[in-house]
Design a protein. Structure first.
Length: 370
């Protein structure tokens, strides 16, 4: 693998995502301490959510994520009651993001490629016990052995149904057409990655226009979750193969793969491992280079536990952004032995505890690399 700089890149080659929605809503004084972690604000305080979107646009985001990470059919019905209008509730998150872009266009000049990312948390994100970080799911969504093919298939099928039902609810809204990317976030299981691909293929088979989608996972302490003791821990190679490998493995390949909600200190090493995995798998004919986006949005370096206690000290905004400069440069310049791009695009932003200030500094870093 070579990292010799290629021709100059236009701004589309590296796009900036936004920062941590839930933590920013909290910092703006909105109440997020409930099972939906502030997702309910799309109904109770849509203007507050819109202002956060606009804050990230002002900071320099090219892409903004909807405030829908923990939105699920079960969660909405539990929080708002069984008579809630699901279609209207699911559409609202997209509508607010669209309104924010339109409002910002009227006051400032936005890039023509400003887009909406539909935030879709993993199944674990809806369980309320941080299970998107551990991958410990109840049956039939989780399993006790990676070697039991029947149990694996049952798990994948259950997760596919869950993701498909949520996707279908979004897809039948008129706001669906406003979405550029779908972001499946904090996905802790290889089986769930395959299930997401199958759900996306099922959606397309039902006649829904295909959307680009990425799948990202959190690497606590730099490691992929290991929900089954005494089993091999999945590696970036396993993740890239599961997300981007042949359709026979699970339907439509992802358009992006990568890392979210991970401390910045682990990003350089993980980006190197993901890049090498893609190069190796392409050499084996299992994936294609130059067709996939590498997506990374680490946390703000300040880690808050489930009791809202500080676990790691905050990183200054500028230091946080500068820590991403080398990974971004390396990713966008990565070439294979024939001089071809390894990654089609780099999408970079922030996750929990990353604020407007983080994204503003990141914008400056990315602009300096271009």
């Amino acid at each position: 693998m070579s990292t010799t700089a290629g021709p100059s890149m236009d701004r589309d080659r590296v796009r900036i995502f936004d920062g941590g929605m839930g933590s920013t809503l909290r910092d703006e004084g909105l109440k997020v301490q409930n099972p939906l972690w502030g997702t309910d604000l799309i109904i109770s305080d849509p203007n507050g959510v819109r202002k956060v979107h606009q804050g990230f646009l002002e900071a320099g985001s090219d892409l903004i994520g909807t405030n829908t990470y923990q939105l699920s059919i079960e969660g909405v019905q539990s929080h708002f009651g069984p008579s809630v209008d699901l279609d209207k509730t699911f559409a609202k998150g997209i509508q607010i993001a669209h309104d924010a872009i339109e409002c910002q266009k009227s006051s400032t000049r936005l890039p023509s490629h400003t887009g909406i990312v539909l935030s879709l948390g993993s199944f674990g994100s809806t369980l309320g016990s941080a299970q998107e970080y551990t991958g410990v799911y109840p049956p039939p969504y989780g399993l006790t052995s990676r070697d039991d093919d029947d149990a694996n298939e049952e798990c994948i099928s259950a997760l596919q149904r869950w993701h498909f039902e949520r996707l279908t609810t979004y897809a039948k809204t008129s706001e669906w057409s406003s979405v550029e990317w779908l972001a499946f976030e904090t996905v802790p299981l290889i089986n769930e990655i395959i299930a997401i691909r199958r759900a996306m293929a099922q959606l397309a088979a039902n006649g829904t226009a295909r959307k680009k989608f990425w799948i990202v996972s959190a690497f606590t302490d730099g490691l992929f979750p290991l929900p089954i003791p005494d089993q091999p821990r999945p590696t970036p190679r396993d993740i890239v193969l599961a997300a981007c490998g042949p359709e026979s493995r699970g339907g439509s390949p992802a358009d992006g793969v990568g890392i979210n909600c991970t401390h910045p200190q682990y990003i350089s090493g993980l980006c190197r491992d993901f890049t090498q995995a893609l190069v190796d798998l392409a050499g084996e004919g299992k994936v294609k280079e130059g067709e996939t986006a590498m997506v990374l949005y680490p946390d703000g370096g300040k880690v808050i536990d489930e009791n809202n206690q500080l676990k790691k000290e905050d990183m200054p905004h500028q230091i946080w952004a500068e820590s991403l400069a080398n990974p971004i440069k390396t990713l966008k310049e990565a070439r294979d032995g024939l001089g071809r791009d390894v990654w089609k695009q780099v999408i970079v932003g922030g996750c929990c505890e990353s604020s407007f200030a983080h994204i503003k500094e990141l914008r400056a870093v990315v602009d300096s690399l271009n």
